[in-house]
Design a protein around this ligand. Structure first.
Ligand code: NAD
Length: 464
């Protein structure tokens, strides 16, 4: 795939998108509904091709591809379809005396043309999920899928062209950083970016030149705290599932574990047994364990491994980009393993003396995208939730908050800004316009010059 987009070509894409939006055909509820239904039908039509592409790009098993790429997206479309009519309605708000008589309301309007830039780890979901939100909000879209998942990016384009034709409603631009950079030179009404914190900064700077709002769905190191009072077998099984899903290449995967020192050894034993249960004694031959996306990421993980002592796993194979589910202890906090997002199947396990030590550890680092805590104690869970800021959180499980459409999915601080899913997607691609409607029948002269200071007391009563 060539990674270049001439500035004139990027300009032409942007102009075409703007012209399409200006014609107004994205606005009505029926048009949005029709396109959402078409998108759902398009996904169903291309389902087998999507599985094959995900297998090719990431060795993704069907039982991960369906829930995390297709099912979640179809569920989102259904949710958008059922909420759309209500969300599009103007929402009345209180009108203070000073604006009476009159009615005040919030009127959602589409922001316009959205540029969506997607990553490779869930290359279908993270392109189509926001795209569905943009359609629901009445926007049109330019989509730049990831160059690192070429098979899925090609199927995405084929599906979208088959579904929407080539009239400017959705335009897919293939390519990597150079293509993104050329597109970001143009003015958009929203840039919706999913990817790394490093590139998120570049995107935000480019968008700022045009005062374009951005939604930044970024990554980071999501911590998992394990108290001494947990059910160890269940905890280990849930963490094993969430950490090694998609071979650890999940933005909200538990990045590292902070475990109460009194159960450290028992936790490691439980993790070993959970890994054997889920992937067998030879995970390389398990059909349920994925592969690393690229040689560069494979080599990166090889280097990261040296930040700790291998307690389980550690094997790898460059040719098939395999990295075994690996547990690391005696972790060097200053090593890259604990400085950068791991984004692979390596799990550092760090002993902590108390929940306060865990909280201090988490708070000394950038605000994570997700935070997980395992404990039977409501008070302890509440203490962690109220002490540590994070994009989202789950108590006694991992990843599951992404599956709840009424919860905004997104980061805070270094892990991003802006949340989406369901109604939050509708809102993030909309502008909520504040509108006041006044009748003509009353027009009090009090507010007009020439002013009379004697009315100041009355103004105070009306306004405070
Ligand atoms: P990335 O930041 O390298 O790339 C993301 C997208 O940006 C790709 O389309 C890529 O072509 C483009 N890009 C790369 N360099 C660019 C540049 N210099 N200028 C403009 N665009 C550029 O991220 P990735 O490797 O594809 O994905 C992994 C990262 O994404 C991880 O950090 C992960 O945590 C994060 N992520 C976050 C979420 C979320 O929902 N918050 C979901 C998935 C992944």
């Amino acid at each position: 795939m060539s990674d270049s987009l001439r500035p004139e070509a990027a300009r032409a894409v942007a102009e075409r998108a703007r012209t399409f939006f200006a014609a107004g055909s994205t606005l009505s509820e029926s048009a949005r509904r029709k396109r959402l239904l078409a998108l759902r039908a398009g996904i169903e039509k291309f389902e087998e091709k999507i599985y094959a592409a995900l297998k090719q790009d990431l060795g993704k098993p069907k039982m991960e591809a369906y829930p995390a790429e297709i099912g979640i997206t179809i569920g989102e479309i259904n949710h958008l379809l059922s909420g759309l009519a209500g969300w599009m309605k103007p929402r009345s708000v209180h009108t203070p005396l000073v604006a009476m008589p009159g009615r005040s309301m919030l009127v959602p309007e589409p922001l316009g043309t959205a540029l969506i830039i997607a990553p490779w780890n869930y290359p279908f979901q993270l392109a189509v999920h926001p795209l569905a939100g943009a359609i629901a909000a009445g926007c049109n879209i330019v989509l730049k899928p990831s160059e690192l998942s070429p098979a899925t990016s090609a199927v995405l384009e084929a599906m979208l062209v088959d579904t929407f034709g080539n009239d400017g409603f959705v335009q897919v631009v293939q390519g990597g950083p150079a293509a993104s950079t050329a597109l970001l030179e143009e003015k958009w009404d929203l840039v919706f970016f999913t990817g790394s914190t490093h590139v998120g900064r570049i995107v935000a700077q480019a968008a700022a030149k045009h005062l374009t709002p951005t939604v930044l769905e970024l990554g980071g190191k999501s911590p998992t705290f394990i108290a001494a009072d947990v059910d160890l077998a269940v905890t280990a099984r849930r963490i094993t599932w969430g950490k090694f899903y998609n071979a650890g290449q999940t933005c909200i995967a538990p990045d590292y574990v902070l475990v109460d020192e009194s159960i450290h050894d028992a936790f490691i034993a439980a993790m070993k047994s959970a890994i054997a249960q889920l992937f067998g004694t030879d995970p390389q031959s398990s059909p349920d364990f994925g592969r690393i996306i690229s040689d560069r990421h494979w080599s990166r993980l090889e280097t990261l491994k040296s930040g700790g002592t291998v307690a389980l796993g550690g094997e790898s194979d460059a040719k098939t980009r395999y990295v075994a589910p690996t547990l690391l202890t005696n972790v060097d906090e200053k090593s890259p393993l604990m400085q950068e997002e791991i984004f692979g199947p390596l799990l550092p396990i760090i002993k902590v003396k108390s929940v306060d030590a865990a909280i201090a550890f988490i708070k000394a680092r950038p605000k994570p995208l997700a935070l997980y805590a395992f404990t039977r104690s409501d008070a302890l869970a509440e203490k962690i939730l109220s002490s540590c800021s994070s994009g989202g959180a789950v108590i006694n499980d991992v990843l599951l908050h992404i599956s709840v459409p009424d919860l905004p999915f997104g980061g805070v601080g270094d892990s991003g800004m802006g949340g989406y899913h369901g109604r939050h997607s509708f809102e993030v691609f909309s502008h909520l316009k504040g509108v006041v409607k006044k009748p003509f029948w009353m027009d009090l002269k009090l507010r007009y010059p020439p002013y009379r200071e004697s009315l100041l007391g009355l103004f105070k009563r009306l306004m405070e």
